[in-house]
Design a protein around this ligand. Structure first.
Ligand SMILES: [Zn+2]
Ligand SMILES: [Zn+2]
Length: 317
């Protein structure tokens, strides 16, 4: 048994490479099977399976239009649209830590204020920017134990074919986060766990899987290893600056899990913003005007010279 955790519940659905890429393209306006297939180079079997999961979990709804020939669309539900702030925080992290040459960078524009902008991670109460060091945790009404799920060893390996699907947008982040165990280990580090046994107790991962993910996260520059004992040698695992900066994406993921997957009990963990002393109501806001960013108001100037317009919603039939 391990501690109940909204991030884990969310990652059971979202901690998958193809699912993240499908969602990324949905936020850029993709609605149809053939369009995802063309953009991602994903096999029909894999795409069918992922779309079914996204419909079954209430993130997409399937809409059928009575045209000749009939057309089927997968549309984001409210639950699906609510993943948007998580995606923006992943994007911000990717743009900070995997810089690209000037002129090839994708630029975000907030259509409500008209400015080029960066999404910021702020407190809804005091409007201050929030970092990993600014937040305290305590047990919430949904705290308790739940059974650990079966472990899966494989971390998706990236093939040349897969690379085609990333067109440079969230490429690095999806490689790291398309594996729920890596993301769970990062989440455990944010809760203050440093030692192998503590990571294991928090996540329920088998030793070999945890060792593998810790090693990969060190290779990716997200964790660093420090000896705390010489004989026998023992190490603790600490977040690097790059790792700590992933905090915003993790908190938004937890909040999504709290809102949509916590059931009637409520959130397992409560967050407090130390700076203002209020319960943290995390928001993703425009660096230009300070407004909360809505997927319908963000345009993307892509690195190939095109612009992806803000998301428009079609009425489902
Ligand atoms: Zn605050
Ligand atoms: Zn703005």
């Amino acid at each position: 048994m391990i501690a109940a955790n909204s991030a884990r519940r969310a990652l059971k659905i979202l901690g998958d490479r193809w699912t993240l890429l499908i969602l990324r393209d949905a936020f850029l306006g993709t609605r149809q099977f053939s369009a995802w297939q063309g953009r991602l180079g994903v096999t029909p079997t894999v795409l069918t399976k992922r779309l079914k999961t996204l419909v079954d979990t209430g993130i997409f709804k399937r809409a059928r239009f009575n045209e000749v020939p009939p057309r089927v669309e997968y549309q984001l539900t409210d639950k699906g649209l609510d993943i948007y702030p998580v995606a923006l925080m992943i994007l911000r992290w990717e743009q900070t830590w995997f810089p690209v040459p000037a002129g090839t960078r994708m630029v975000l524009r907030h259509t409500r204020c008209g400015r080029e902008m960066q999404p910021r991670f702020t407190c809804g109460h005091c409007s201050g920017e929030v970092t990993a060091r600014d937040v305290r945790y305590r047990d919430g009404p949904g705290a308790g134990l739940e059974s650990a799920t079966a472990n899966r060893l494989r971390r998706a390996t990236i093939t040349a074919q897969d690379q085609r699907g990333t067109h440079g947008f969230l490429e690095h982040a999806v490689d790291i986060l398309g594996d729920r165990w890596s993301w769970e280990a990062i989440g455990a580090a944010f809760l203050g766990h440093k030692r192998f046994d503590a990571f294991q107790a928090q996540t329920g991962m088998a030793s070999n899987i945890l060792s593998d993910r810790l090693r990969r996260l060190i290779d990716d520059g997200i964790l660093t290893r420090r000896a705390y004992q010489d004989r026998p040698p023992r190490y603790e695992y600490l977040l690097t600056e790059k790792g700590r900066d992933f905090y915003a994406a993790t908190v938004m993921l937890v909040c999504w899990g709290d809102r949509w997957l916590a059931g009637t009990k409520g959130p397992p963990v409560l967050l407090t913003h130390k700076a203002c002393g209020s319960a943290l109501d995390p928001q993703v806001t425009c660096s230009g005007c300070g407004e909360v960013l809505d997927p319908h108001d963000v345009a993307y100037d892509m690195n190939d010279g095109t612009t992806a317009r803000p998301l428009t919603l079609n009425a489902a039939t």
